[in-house]
Design a protein around this ligand. Structure first.
Ligand SMILES: NC(=O)c1ccc[n+]([C@@H]2O[C@H](COP(=O)([O-])OP(=O)(O)OC[C@H]3O[C@@H](n4cnc5c(N)ncnc54)[C@H](O)[C@@H]3O)[C@@H](O)[C@H]2O)c1
Length: 365
């Protein structure tokens, strides 16, 4: 690692996820955290004190930070979803590299505006999908890339929790924009779409509901009263190349699992046990099903050993972003892919609202 070139980082939004960014950055000998911003008075100051980061210049919003700071290299956008687009576009327009937390934003239009700003800036924008750094997750893509599955034609993905509704800024439209669909759905979509090379989404027929989130006997009465996003979503999505994607996601349900992830191909299929993939792991050994000499056989893949020497997927998320900046490389998780992820999420929102299938049209940038 070349420590002669140090990078100056700013942190926008000092809530829960910013902790993992700062803990990882503190381990980097070639990074200085020099600035931080949060809308809530005193929050940024308490945050950096808590994590033992000194001499950080503090600001009451990302706008003041970007105006005042003249020699930042990069920022981590760790705000709630609703301000992802504004903070990211402002930072790119200032000529900074950006690591943006997931989901990319709330709407497809915002995602397109982000990609446009990124292209204009020539800077690196990477998205915070740390499960991609997990070796077992990587194995899914390796199996697909090996060609063993043949032509892929049907995928089922998603997952969820039985009792896992978050609180805080996640459950109101004004801060989160979308619920389980954006919060954990984006990971389930990324797990399979990344494996198959992110084909373009063409149409979406989607559904969203929030029966449990708004139920004061299931959720806390206080959170139920302010809950106005989805706690469950499902969709039937047509992808370029004649591939069908069947998706469902839940923060809460009266069920153990809405199903495993399956990738069906003309030569073989994969079953990935129902997984909390947002935690960066698969739910057990992957299984492949195929015919050998005319006989149906199946076998399990061993769980891949972790090779991170104690440095977890959050460290790798930050390190891969920093390495891309220093080596003039490309974004480890590029916006060109996550634009499609966001278009599916927004397609589900629009289709659920309209009560019918919608087409996805993305202007070229
Ligand atoms: N990668 C992961 O594993 C992971 C895990 C949890 C959350 N997240 C994502 O991280 C984001 C933040 O989640 P969180 O739990 O930390 O939320 P949070 O509400 O705890 O923190 C967000 C903070 O951003 C601040 N903020 C909003 N707009 C701002 C602006 N313009 N300038 C400065 N500060 C601003 C808010 O005041 C708040 O303190 C969400 O988008 C969430 O989806 C990612």
């Amino acid at each position: 690692m070349d420590c002669s070139r140090r990078l100056k980082f700013g942190i926008i939004g000092t809530g829960w996820i910013a902790e993992s960014h700062v803990e990882a950055l503190k381990q980097m000998p070639d990074v200085d955290i020099v600035a931080g911003a949060d809308l809530i008075p005193g929050k940024a100051e308490a945050f950096f004190k808590r994590y033992g980061v000194e001499n950080v210049r503090l600001y009451p919003s990302h706008k003041e930070m970007l105006e005042a700071e003249t020699d930042l290299d990069a920022v981590c956008v760790c705000t709630y979803n609703k301000t992802h687009a504004e903070c990211t576009i402002d930072a790119l327009n200032k000529g900074l590299h950006v690591l943006l937390e997931k989901p990319m934003c709330v709407t497809t239009q915002e995602a397109l505006d982000i990609v446009r700003a990124e292209k204009k800036s020539g800077k690196i924008l990477s998205l915070g999908f740390q499960p991609r750094m997990d070796e077992n997750m990587k194995m899914i893509k390796k199996v697909v890339d090996s060609g063993e599955l043949g032509r892929i034609y049907y995928i089922q993905t998603g997952g969820g929790r039985r009792h896992g509704i978050p609180g805080s800024t996640f459950i109101e439209e004004k801060t989160a924009g979308i619920g389980a669909l954006g919060d954990i759905g984006c990971y389930s979509l990324d797990m399979v779409l990344n494996a198959i090379g992110y084909p373009k989404p063409l149409t979406v027929s989607g559904y969203r509901s929030n029966y449990l989130g708004t139920d004061p006997e299931f959720n806390t009465p206080e959170d139920a009263a302010r809950f106005d996003v989805d706690d469950f979503a499902a969709a039937f999505i047509r992808l370029e190349g004649g591939i069908i994607l069947d998706f469902r996601i839940a923060w809460a349900m009266h069920l153990d699992t809405p199903g495993d992830t399956i990738i069906m191909g003309t030569k073989a299929s994969l079953r990935i046990p129902s997984t909390e993939c947002w935690n960066g792991s698969i739910g057990g050994p992957m299984k492949m099903y195929k015919d050998v000499a005319g006989l149906p056989v199946e076998f399990e893949f061993p769980m891949y050993p972790q090779t991170d020497n104690g440095q977890g997927i959050f460290y790798k998320k930050l390190r891969s972003f920093i390495d891309a900046i220093k080596e003039n490389g490309t974004a480890p998780v590029p916006s060109s892919q996550i634009l499609y992820n966001q278009a599916i999420i927004d397609g589900i929102v629009q289709s659920a609202k309209a009560g019918k299938e919608v087409e996805i049209h993305l202007e070229e940038i």
